[in-house]
Design a protein around this ligand. Structure first.
Ligand code: GDD
Ligand code: MG
Length: 352
């Protein structure tokens, strides 16, 4: 049986003004009534044969996270609270240590909380395909067929098929967030897939790899878990020790370095919902290609994402725009410039 570990720590700056540090995108109902976190937890619910999940999140979001899980009747094994953000490798380490204390042979499925998967059954089939490789001590990633030279993803060059796991290949090379010319070259070569950000592994294997590549990080996380405070369902990692862990993603810390990485190429209708443009792509649209959310009137509008949170939003005669109304901020943006929104948000932060 597989134990999900759901990471719910990011903020999602490219979905401003909807997502904020206090209310990050994985907790918002973006594509349906349900939040992305709830959809993630439901995809790997015990009804599908998974063990109760670990959730790792920032201490400030604990009540929102607990309440969202409760409302879809998912009872987590534990909610691990980070006193401060240290990126995904320390978060994964904390969950692996906690899971290994129950069962070192446990197979964990590390999951981002902020992705959309249009075909959850195909996703679960891919996990089943990855399982023999995880049991043979591989860290198994999930490969998405790339459609553009996106520089925000990890790229995986496909290696030889694993004899012990049909449908599963070795990772010949893993490159996290390449520059644009490199991403273009990978796309042209046609032998690369995107890293979908999910990883299946045995708890003891992850700890072994961390011991090899990031021993100081692992020691810091181990100490913070040993000194953790338990309150209700929450395990609050101890701050001074956790602060000692270097801030690094699992991609840079392990996947780029290990020789034990494998990949299951799969087609699950994946989107990381990272920007207004990818949200438009994943959202249900009308005959004019518009995704309309809330109290919206659109006349002569095409291929646009229009969202009203608190007032009436009217748009006329525009194509390929994003317009988002919230109580304290309004965004109007060319959809094909959605990736650049991060610079606007940075400018706003500096303004204070
Ligand atoms: N608990 C916790 N703590 N979770 C975190 C933290 C943290 O400090 N930082 C990020 N997360 C969560 C995010 O909420 C998200 O669900 C997931 O971990 C991945 O983090 P991102 O920050 O979104 O990573 P990324 O998008 O830059 O890159 C990763 O995902 C890509 C696919 O979307 C990499 O794995 C890439 O290789 C991959 O292609
Ligand atoms: Mg992401």
């Amino acid at each position: 049986q597989v134990r999900p570990v759901i990471l719910s720590g990011g903020a999602g700056t490219r979905l401003w003004p909807l997502s904020r540090a206090t209310y990050p995108k994985q907790l918002m109902p973006l594509l349906s009534e349900e939040s992305l976190l709830q959809a993630t937890a439901r995809r790997v619910a015990p009804a599908h044969g998974f063990l109760p999940p670990f959730v790792v999140c920032n201490g400030e979001h604990r009540f929102m996270v607990a309440e969202q899980l409760r409302s879809i009747e998912v009872t987590p094994e534990a909610i691990l609270l980070e006193p401060l953000a240290r990126n995904t490798a320390p978060a994964a380490a904390a969950a692996a240590l906690a899971a290994a204390a129950i069962d070192p042979e446990a197979v964990l499925l590390l999951l981002p909380s902020d992705h959309h998967v249009a075909d959850p059954a195909a996703f679960r089939d891919a996990v089943a395909m990855a399982l023999p490789a995880a049991l043979a001590s591989f860290l198994v990633t999930f490969g998405i067929t790339p459609s553009k030279p996106e520089t925000g993803y990890g790229y995986i060059r496909l290696g030889a098929e694993l004899p012990e796991a049909p449908g599963c290949r070795r990772v010949a090379k893993f490159v996290e967030k390449p520059d644009l010319p490199t991403a273009r070259a990978y796309l042209a070569a046609g032998d690369h897939v995107w890293n979908g950000g999910m990883v299946l592994f045995q708890a003891r294997q992850l700890l072994e790899e961390l011991e090899r590549f990031e021993p100081a990080m692992l020691a810091a996380v181990r100490a913070s878990l040993a000194a953790a405070e338990r309150d209700l369902d929450f395990t609050r990692l101890s701050e001074p020790e956790f602060a000692n862990a270097v801030s690094k993603s699992i991609d840079y810390a392990l996947l780029e370095r290990t020789d034990r990485a494998a990949v299951v190429p799969c087609d699950m209708g994946w989107s990381d919902v990272g920007s207004w443009d990818s949200l438009w792509e994943a959202a249900p649209k009308d005959a004019d290609g518009n995704a309309l959310v809330g109290d919206v009137v659109a006349v002569g509008v095409r291929d646009s994402y229009l969202r009203a949170e608190s007032r009436l939003l009217a748009v006329q005669g525009l194509t390929g725009v994003v317009a988002v109304e919230t109580p304290d901020a309004v965004l109007v943006l060319a959809r094909n410039k959605a990736q650049d929104l991060r610079s606007v948000v940075t400018a706003l932060d500096q303004k204070g």
